[in-house]
Design a protein around this ligand. Structure first.
Ligand SMILES: [Cu+2]
Length: 115
């Protein structure tokens, strides 16, 4: 139990250190950015990737025959993805970012981004 508590505290400290590096504008010595894919098919978003961090890239892939968007409710991103096309998003912001398609209200998801 003690070990677990220590690990949690350590992780929180590492996060704070990264955040202050980012604010100072220094190049973070973090692991290389990763790329993830989110599909749009049958009028819904596919499973959300886990482990996404600020600086990673999300590739949105529209398998439908209609235009979709990936529009953040906090306006931090707003992508148009044409039928059969893809769009890239460089993740700028940590948090649980709710998004939706402006054309299809039932299409919604939440991207969980760590700092
Ligand atoms: Cu849509």
């Amino acid at each position: 139990m003690k070990m677990i508590k220590h690990a949690v505290r350590h992780a929180a400290f590492a996060g704070a250190a990264l955040a202050s590096l980012a604010m100072a504008g220094a190049a973070p010595a973090a692991p290389a950015a990763q790329s993830y894919t989110v599909t749009m098919a049958n009028m819904s978003y596919g499973p959300m990737p886990s482990g996404v961090k600020v600086g990673d890239t999300i590739l949105w892939v529209n398998h439908d025959t209609v235009l979709h968007t990936a529009t953040a409710r906090d306006h931090s991103f707003d992508l148009r993805i044409a039928p059969g096309k893809t769009a890239q998003l460089k993740v700028q912001k940590a948090g649980n970012i709710a998004f939706y398609c402006i054309f299809h209200a039932a299409m919604r998801g939440t991207l969980n981004v760590a700092s």
